[in-house]
Design a protein around this ligand. Structure first.
Ligand code: CMC
Length: 430
């Protein structure tokens, strides 16, 4: 097929010719970047469902076929063969690292795992029970105060230093926020542990009672993080790029990503799914009855963990997580009634006209909570774990935006629907 080089748009009797761009996987985009200047009209696309905000070479998704690839490599291969640290390098630098590059990066992560001692005092200012996502966003932002060398990044070595600090310290900050939330002393990272083992140690070791990481648990965590490493221009990544477009530094841009991720329609859905499953179990209603409530839109409830803006087929991450949750539960000899409810809900929904017609399938969050719970992660840390996983994606997008000579400050327009001009009325006359 030969691609058209331009598209035509007619407005008020005038025809505008708009250039057409094509991605490496054949995706077609109509370039409207000069349309406003020529016509004075804007495009309205609430929720950006039809808008490509950038060109990107990081992640490819085909939502109809259920395909997800990081830098061209299918997620299934990475889930089977890679580690989170290697995947992070791939996502950020665009190819798999050589042995030397991988070793150098691991050394950097180990060297920078501890946070500045003064940062630990910030935790004292948070109330007991503060949500760990709020703490994480604040603490990543605070990194800007302790690494002022990295506020402006003009060379590759500096970028690598900032990226390594962020990837390594996000897990230290996250574990510390959990320790704070349960009133337990914080643990220092251990240089002899790998990335996931070190996180588990910082979460669960106690004075005189070292947590010995179970290899199956560490592997499951690795898998979870790999599956969350990037997902093209989702809400939090777009937020990071939006903030980065103003020239803001890497730490503060990623802190804004954490805030965007927190919401229940985005990363917060992994908590919402577990709460939904627990509600079903505790209220004694059957999964079938629950689905009826969803379809009748009772109290606006949704089947959390189902549906996706891009996937109109199985989310490949959900398939991998379902298998992983089953395997890890079997290995740890645990039975999980929530996973059973989830599987029953999924079976029913996949054969129900409401969900079939709207092309609603399980997304990454449907099984991730059951996996995290199986490996002992507390519910209030689920979305934090998503954030740790997504950090490489945010860093890669920040880097891509930073290096793009055509990058502009992101500044959408609006269609104003408020009052037309009216006059100020003095207070006594209102
Ligand atoms: N349960 C019931 N109905 C749903 C659901 C759901 N989970 N998702 C969408 N629908 C319906 C929706 O009511 C609408 O129906 P109608 O056309 O009759 O009004 C139709 O399907 C289209 O939904 P939409 O809200 O216009 O779709 P969207 O692309 O704006 O929203 C979504 C995508 C993920 C926000 C939505 O599917 C949702 O709320 N799902 C539940 C929350 C969730 O699991 N979020 C995690 C997303 S994946 C991880 C991540 O990216 O963070």
């Amino acid at each position: 097929m030969v691609m058209a080089k331009s598209a035509k748009l007619e407005l008020n009797g005038q025809t505008y010719e708009l250039p057409v761009v094509e991605g490496t996987e054949g995706q077609v985009g109509i370039d409207i970047s000069h349309f406003y200047r020529k016509s004075g009209a804007v495009m309205l696309d609430a929720g950006y469902g039809n808008t490509a905000s950038c060109k990107s070479a990081i992640t490819y998704i085909d939502g109809d076929k259920g395909i997800l690839r990081y830098r061209g490599i299918p997620i299934e291969q990475l889930a089977e063969k890679s580690t989170f640290v290697e995947t992070a390098w791939l996502v950020i630098w665009g190819r798999l690292p050589t042995k030397e590059e991988a070793e150098h990066f691991s050394q950097q992560l180990t060297a920078h795992a501890a946070i500045h001692e003064d940062l630990r005092h910030h935790y004292e200012g948070f109330p007991a029970g503060a949500p760990p996502m709020a703490i994480l966003s604040a603490m990543i932002n605070a990194l800007s105060c302790y690494h002022s060398d990295y506020l402006s990044i003009d060379e590759d070595a500096k970028f690598e230093g900032a990226a390594a600090r962020l990837i390594s310290q996000v897990r230290t900050l996250a574990a510390a926020s959990y320790r704070k939330s349960i009133g337990a002393p914080m643990n220092y990272p251990r240089p002899d542990f790998k990335y996931c083992e070190n996180f588990l140690h910082m979460m669960f070791s106690n004075p005189y009672d070292d947590y010995i990481p179970d290899p199956d648990v560490a592997r499951a965590l690795n898998l979870f993080l790999i599956l969350h490493a990037d997902h093209e221009q989702n809400c939090s990544t777009s937020t990071v790029r939006m903030v980065a477009s103003s020239g803001a530094n890497l730490f503060t841009s990623c802190a804004s990503g954490v805030s965007a991720l927190w919401g229940p329609l985005h990363g917060g859905a992994n908590v919402a799914v577990i709460e939904m499953l627990e509600n079903i179990r505790n209220s004694g209603i059957s999964p079938r009855e629950f689905l009826e409530k969803v379809k009748n839109r009772e109290n606006h409830i949704r089947l959390m963990g189902f549906g996706h803006r891009v996937y109109k087929n199985f989310d490949p991450r959900s398939k991998i997580l379902r298998e992983a949750a089953n395997k890890v539960l079997a290995k740890l000899h645990k039975k999980n009634d929530l996973l059973e409810i989830a599987q029953e809900l999924s079976e029913l929904a996949l054969h129900d006209d409401y969900f079939v017609e709207r092309r609603l399938y399980p997304n990454v969050d449907f099984y991730s909570g059951t996996l995290l719970r199986a490996i002992g992660i507390p519910t209030n840390m689920f979305t934090v774990l998503f954030a740790i996983g997504r950090i490489p994606g945010w860093i890669a997008n920040w880097k891509e935006n930073h290096a793009d000579p055509d990058s502009k400050i992101n500044r959408p327009r609006q269609i104003y629907i408020g009052k037309t001009q009216n006059d100020y009325i003095p207070r006594g006359e209102r």
